[in-house]
Ligand binder design. Structure first.
Ligand code: ATP
Ligand code: MG
Length: 390
């Protein structure tokens, strides 16, 4: 019995003229992500992509698991390949779907016939196969509106396919179809969710993490890498920069008024990230900020942060409650890692009374106390550590 994966495109079916190149990117993404499992062949046909395992030892469960996290896919299913012969279609449905059919109470058959030369029309395939399955499984009855299982038969050019229920795909747009952006990643709950959300819109990620040893530990950094690995299961490869931030944080502590510590730190993070992001061909920055979540995330503070850079700053969590963010982090399996208690550089030297309504002029004046800021930023950039996360 030969099995393949059938992939139904998501939104990209709407993209008209660009559709073919979008599909090519989707195929390239699937190919890359499936690479570790073995060789696959990809065939485009209408709004379906057939993913055909070539090597014999490929575990299709693993392949389905990987493909279910690739953005740009609305639905996918495993399907069994059979001859374009109704007897073979019947036997295949009986054997291939026997477990699901035994467990179900209701079912219906759907048929699609892209090969119009096939002697039976779709309603006839449905009727005949439905009758046959009813005679074999006495637990089953037909429900055309809300069946437990839909048995689908597709008669195509060379072969017919028989499949059971679809699995929901990851949705969104294929990674790389919307350009690149730099995610400022901490070890918290929000920024991995922000990364996932923008990757889902087709953005390829590069990541920037600020570390302040010895105030932050190597475990904090390992935790960030672990989070990025989890995000990469959806986004694909993430080029990551770890920026040494200790000297800059100490300069802020020594030279700036305490109430501005956080906002100045945030602005400097943005400035450094922008420089690194430009170098990586990025056109925007992403953060996990959400209005009002903490004192440094008031609208006034965010406005001061934005003014530090020329790039647009995307904050996909901006209007979300913590509970909503947490539910996404559970879904993408970053939550348990995020809540491990390692200090982030943001919690080093936090002011007792941060300014929640800072004025940009005052912030810029306070920031100017660090006379050698440009030099310190360049030094940090020169000493970044680059890590490729897969
Ligand atoms: P998160 O859960 O993402 O850490 P948070 O609610 O804890 O967010 P902050 O710690 O104030 O909020 O950080 C706000 C945003 O600033 C983060 O979402 C992230 O984008 C960025 N950020 C914070 N710390 C770092 C860091 N060490 N390196 C890079 N970016 C950071
Ligand atoms: Mg944080």
């Amino acid at each position: 019995m030969k099995e393949i994966i059938l992939v139904k495109n998501g939104e990209l079916a709407l993209k008209g003229l660009n559709r073919s190149s979008f599909e090519d990117i989707l195929i390239k993404n699937m190919k890359r992500r499936l690479n570790d499992l073995g060789k696959f062949e990809f065939t485009k046909s209408q709004s379906t992509i057939m993913v055909d395992p070539i090597d014999d030892d490929i575990d299709l469960d693993d392949a389905v698991d990987v493909v279910s996290r690739v953005f740009g896919i609305a639905a996918l299913s495993r399907a069994c390949v059979c001859e374009k012969d109704f007897e073979d279609i019947k036997t295949t449905a009986l054997n291939y779907l026997s477990e699901e059919l035994e467990d179900a109470k209701t079912f219906k058959v759907e048929a699609k016939r892209s090969d119009k030369k096939f002697p039976m029309k779709s309603p006839e395939i449905c009727r005949e196969l439905g009758g046959f399955l009813l005679s074999k499984f006495h637990n089953l009855s037909v429900d055309v509106h809300n069946p437990d299982i839909i048995v689908t038969v597709e008669v195509r050019d060379k072969y017919a396919f028989v499949r059971g229920n679809n699995i929901k795909g990851a949705g969104g747009m294929p990674t790389g179809t919307s350009g690149r952006a730099g995610i400022l990643i901490s070890g918290g709950i929000d920024s991995p969710v922000a990364a996932y959300m923008m990757a889902k819109r087709g953005i390829e990620l590069c990541a920037i993490h600020f570390a302040s040893p010895p105030y932050t530990s190597e475990f904090a950094e390992m935790k960030v890498m672990e989070l990025l690995k989890k995000v990469a299961r959806y986004s694909g490869v993430i080029t990551t920069y770890v920026v040494p931030f200790t000297k800059i944080q100490e300069a802020i502590r020594d030279l700036c008024p305490e109430e501005y510590f956080t906002i100045i730190m945030r602005r400097i993070m943005m400035m450094i990230s922008e420089k690194l992001a430009v170098h990586q061909n990025c056109y925007a920055l992403i953060t996990g900020e959400s209005v009002g979540q903490v004192a440094s995330q008031t609208m006034y503070a965010l406005a001061c942060t934005d003014c530090a850079v020329n790039m647009p700053v995307f904050r996909p969590c901006i209007g979300m409650d913590k509970e909503e963010i947490i539910s996404i982090s559970r879904k993408i399996d970053t939550f348990q890692t995020s809540i491990q208690p390692y200090e982030d550089c943001c919690t080093v030297f936090t002011p007792k009374h941060p300014k929640t309504k800072p004025h940009l002029d005052d912030v810029i004046k306070a920031e100017a106390n660090i006379e050698n800021l440009e030099e310190l930023m360049n030094e940090a950039i020169q000493n970044v550590k680059k890590v490729i996360i897969k």
